[in-house]
Write a protein of this length. Sequence first.
Length: 266
Amino acid sequence: MIVTLLTDYGHDDEFVGVCHGVIRTICPGAAIVDITHGVPRYSIRAGALTLRNALPYMPAGVHVAIVDPQVGTERRAVALRCADGRLLVGPDNGLLSLAWEGAGGVEVAVDVSRSPHRLEPVSATFHGRDVFAPVAAHLAAGAAIEDAGDPLEADELERIELPKPRVEDGALVAHALVVDRFGNVALNVGHGDLAGTGLRLGAGVELDVAGEPYPATYTQTFADVKPGDLLVYEDSYRALAVAINRGDAADTLGLAPDTELRLRPR
């Protein structure tokens, strides 16, 4: 069975390799896919968004996510079975919540903090190695999720609430959610949120960031505008995004996660 990994561990230390080793020791036949280990450190929401975006393109299997600034505290470690059959493993801090919503909701939830599958002794600071990886490996090897820990009700699980866009004084008020390595900025605006805003594909858009207006074009792709020009487009996950063709929109406009910006027809 496939096991996917998503963490904020990076690649400078041995953490990712050790998790691979634990999984392969317990389940030698596991096919491991590294979604990313470049989630910004401690950014639970960024990890949750990345997992939500990536999971539909992964084969069904066991999906481990670790962004865990509260490791070693009383926060729970959990394993979940979703309605579509996917198994999620990670800290109960909201990291898994956007993914399980997209997978049809949670059918079975267990607290694996004291799982019989965990490695002993359990480090207070490396639950990826000692809890999440071994639990995931046993599940991939065919162990029943119900035997991995103590039962939980789905409504006990922590959730992330994303900000909602709104229309105010003729403008669509949005928030930056994620900035990628190119400086493109995904917003909390889906395709359905554009109804009644007057924003039209191929037309001009005015972006207002902290009272500073910027002219842009609502277009399909980067090459529809000249290099250096600002554009608004629907990204590959059907969210509205802001970019500069061959430039860095986040740096130029001063956009970071949670920055508010206003979009109106121009």
